[in-house]
Ligand binder design. Structure first.
Ligand code: FES
Length: 202
């Protein structure tokens, strides 16, 4: 298991915006009063969304105070889940799945392109500071392997050319069109349907 890196440069303050405080109240209200801690993942997710896609230590303390939890408990949650970043990431944050189905379908070619076009090492910003990348475990779109996630969107059925094209777009500060590079709808078979072809009226 990889050890999560924590940024050496930390801001001194963190507070939710008024809009996010409303969302915080909504999340906390979903649980019984003595079970506020159940909202911890939702609150950390809000922190990350508000703070350019990463969670500083001061925000972990802030969330611990809001939920009356020991700081170490919130820290444990933030360090356990790979979707929480504890170091700054690029405006375009690329996560390449390298679990077996994606690996068999060429995920290593994608990571090589990451190294060549974005940054030599994972969790480092590109030269123009816009992009960063990391390897992650299965993102649940194995049937459209190989795939990667950029910010909140999935890019599937990738090959080397498509991956380079996507990276050139984000390095130019544009967001590429997400979805299947083969225009598959969701996870439909590549060569069209082979079963359930007849539509029967009830
Ligand atoms: S193995 Fe890559 S999405 Fe599941």
């Amino acid at each position: 298991m990889s050890v999560k890196k924590i940024s050496k440069t930390q801001p001194e303050l963190f507070e939710f915006t008024q809009d996010n405080l409303k969302k915080v109240r909504k999340e906390i209200d979903k649980y019984p009063k003595d079970r506020k801690a159940s909202a911890v993942i939702a609150l950390l997710y809000l922190v990350q969304n508000q703070n350019d896609n990463w969670i500083p230590l001061v925000a972990i303390k802030y969330v611990a105070n809001l939920l009356n939890m020991p700081y170490i408990k919130v820290f444990e949650v933030a360090t356990f889940y790979s979707m929480f970043n504890l170091t700054p990431v690029g405006k375009y944050f690329v996560q390449v799945c390298t679990t077996t189905p994606c690996m068999i379908r060429g995920a290593n070619k994608l990571t090589t392109i990451c190294k060549n076009l974005i940054s030599k090492n994972q969790n480092e910003l590109s030269e123009n500071k816009l992009c960063s990348w990391m390897e992650v475990e299965c993102l649940g779109a194995c049937v459209n392997a190989p795939m990667m996630q950029i910010n909140q969107d999935y890019f599937e059925d990738l090959d080397e050319n498509k991956t380079k094209e996507i990276f050139e777009t984000i390095l130019n500060d544009q967001f590429p069109k997400p979805g299947s590079a083969k225009n598959r709808k969701n996870n439909a078979p590549e060569n069209g349907k082979t079963t359930l072809l007849e539509v029967k009226n009830a």
